[in-house]
Design a protein around this ligand. Structure first.
Ligand code: GLN
Length: 212
C-alpha cells in the first residue's frame, strides 16, 4: 500500500489522518503520524502532508526536535501537500512573518502572505473552483482560518484555485491553491470538511510520482 505520513508536530494533523483513513477504506493506503527525523525517510513513507496550525510554532518545534533538515530533504524530493501553515512552511518566501523571520523549507516557489485576510475573526468559508478537483457546478467548501494567500507564484507553479469576492482585508481574486510538480499547497483546510476530493487528488499525485 501507499504510505502517507502526516507531520504531527503541531496543528490539525489528526483531521488529515482521519481523511486518509477514510480513503484507505477504498484503496490500498496506509496513513500514519510522523514526528521524528527517522520517520521522515522515503524508506518509511512515500509522501507527506504538512497540516495547518501555526507556521512559526511548527518550524520552531521542527528545529528543536531536530527534524528540520530531514523535513527539508524530504519535501524537495517526495510528494508533499501543505495546508495553510503547511503551505507557508513549504514556501520559498513568506511575508508578514514575526520579527526575525521564520524557518521555511524553500521547496514550493511561491511568496505567501501570512494572515492575509486579517485576524482570526476574519475567518470565513467560501465556495471554490479548483482545477482537476472541483468544477464550478460542484465547488469545494473552502474553510479559511487566519489563512495565507499566494502573492507571487513562480514560473513552474500552476495556479489551480482562487477565491473571489470580499473577505476581510482582501477584495477580488486571490490565489489559494497551487501545484508545482510533486508539491501541492492550499490556503484552506479540506481536512475540516467531509469532502475527500483534495485528499484523493493528492493520493493520485503520489501514485503518479511512484509510477503506479
Ligand atoms: N496564520 C497561521 C500561520 O501563519 C496559519 C493558520 C492556519 O494554518 N490555519 O502560520
Amino acid at each position: 500500500p501507499l504510505r502517507v505520513g502526516v507531520l504531527g508536530l503541531q496543528g490539525a494533523y489528526t483531521e488529515h489522518l482521519y481523511m486518509l483513513q477514510r480513503l484507505g477504506q477504498t484503496m490500498p493506503l496506509e496513513a500514519r503520524i510522523v514526528k521524528t527525523a527517522a520517520e521522515l525517510d522515503p524508506a518509511q513513507i512515500d509522501a507527506l502532508i504538512i497540516p495547518g496550525g501555526e507556521s512559526t510554532a511548527m518550524a520552531l518545534v521542527a528545529e528543536r526536535s531536530g527534524c528540520l533538515d530531514a523535513l527539508r530533504e524530504f519535501v524537495h524530493k517526495q510528494p508533499t501537500w501543505g495546508t495553510c501553515a503547511g503551505m507557508i512552511l513549504l514556501s520559498t518566501t513568506a511575508t508578514q512573518t514575526k520579527q526575525g523571520g521564520q524557518n521555511l523549507l524553500g521547496a514550493l516557489d511561491i511568496t505567501v502572505q501570512r494572515n492575509a485576510f486579517g485576524k482570526q475573526t476574519e475567518s470565513f468559508i467560501a465556495p471554490l473552483t479548483i482545477d482537476g478537483i472541483a468544477p464550478a457546478d460542484q465547488p469545494f467548501e473552502g474553510i479559511f482560518i487566519r489563512a495565507p494567500i499566494v502573492e507571487v507564484a513562480g514560473p513552474h507553479v500552476q495556479v489551480i484555485g482562487k477565491v473571489d469576492g470580499d473577505h476581510g482585508l482582501q477584495h477580488g481574486e486571490r490565489i489559494v491553491a497551487v501545484r508545482q510538480g510533486h508539491l501541492l499547497g492550499t490556503s484552506f483546510h479540506p481536512e475540516l470538511t467531509k469532502d475527500l476530493r483534495v485528499h484523493a487528488y493528492f493520493v493520485q499525485m503520489v501514485r503518479e510520482a511512484l509510477g503506479l
